[in-house]
Design a protein. Structure first.
Length: 270
């Protein structure tokens, strides 16, 4: 009975502790913007003029074949962003090859974990779909590594191969960024002092003495709730669960090995 009681308590505490961890580690898409009218309707033409985009928004833009189209979005530690783009082509055109590139805040090109980031539209094809799923964003990394880190990410969409007769033809594009929360399985022991959000402009500021000065204006986009920098993950919960189970195992082992606590009665000698 004592062993059954110990095991029942262990199972109950494990269920209570694992509940929040299961909820945190379950895949979930980034929240969509509640106001579709705020979604961008144009794209930038360089890194410095990239149009800011919130995750979950459907951005649209029009341009010409041969233009470089740029957007930027924020990604935090533990997220695995997926960028999807649709290019709507004119009715008549030759074969064209379009490419979707993603760069981090240091403008390092990030490899796609999976997805067709480069595709060719055959002659007369009306639209083309591109996708790029990045590796999970890490809270910290070695300086020499090319791991994705928390901060601003840039998306560049352009045609990389087309006939000269199609150069300048009008095209329209749609772009959307969503993320999956990976959870504690991607947690690392470390964090950045600041997210990689490089300065994009210079603005004038005034101090207490009303003297004019300049400072870099950083990207204004950030995840809902601010930057976490990886300080919390469900790995903390599972560590606590492991400690509780170890303690209960020790109690159970002691209960099994200590015996009944009563000395055995030895029959008297004849």
């Amino acid at each position: 009975m004592r062993i059954t009681r110990v095991l029942s308590v262990a199972l109950l505490m494990t269920g209570l502790a694992a509940g929040p961890a299961t909820a945190d580690s379950s895949p979930s898409a980034s929240p969509s913007s509640s106001d579709d009218s705020s979604a961008p309707t144009q794209a930038g033409t360089s890194f410095r003029t990239a149009t800011e985009l919130d995750q979950g928004q459907q951005a649209t833009a029009t341009g010409s074949a041969g233009d470089y189209l740029y957007w930027s979005f924020a990604a935090d530690a533990g997220q695995r962003p997926t960028v999807k783009a649709t290019v709507k082509l004119p009715d008549t055109h030759a074969g064209e090859t379009w490419q979707l590139d993603v760069y981090d805040g240091l403008r390092r090109r990030q490899a796609c974990q999976y997805g067709a980031a480069t595709r060719t539209a055959a002659q007369g094809t009306g639209s083309l779909d591109l996708a790029c799923t990045l590796r999970t964003v890490r809270a910290w990394s070695e300086q020499w590594a090319n791991d994705p880190l928390p901060g601003t990410y840039y998306v560049r969409l352009t045609v990389v191969d087309l006939q000269s007769s199609d150069l300048g033809q009008p095209v329209s594009t749609e772009l959307r960024v969503d993320s999956k929360d990976i959870g504690g399985s991607a947690a690392v022991d470390g964090s950045l002092a600041e997210p990689l959000t490089p300065g994009i402009a210079v603005k004038s500021t005034s101090d207490e003495d009303s003297s004019s000065s300049t400072s870099a204006a950083l990207s204004s986009i950030e995840p809902d709730g601010g930057w976490s920098s990886g300080w919390w993950s469900d790995r903390w919960v599972w560590t606590a669960v492991g400690g509780v189970l170890a303690a209960l195992a020790g109690i159970g082992g002691y209960a099994l090995t200590r015996g009944s606590g009563r000395p055995r009665r030895v029959p008297p000698a004849m």
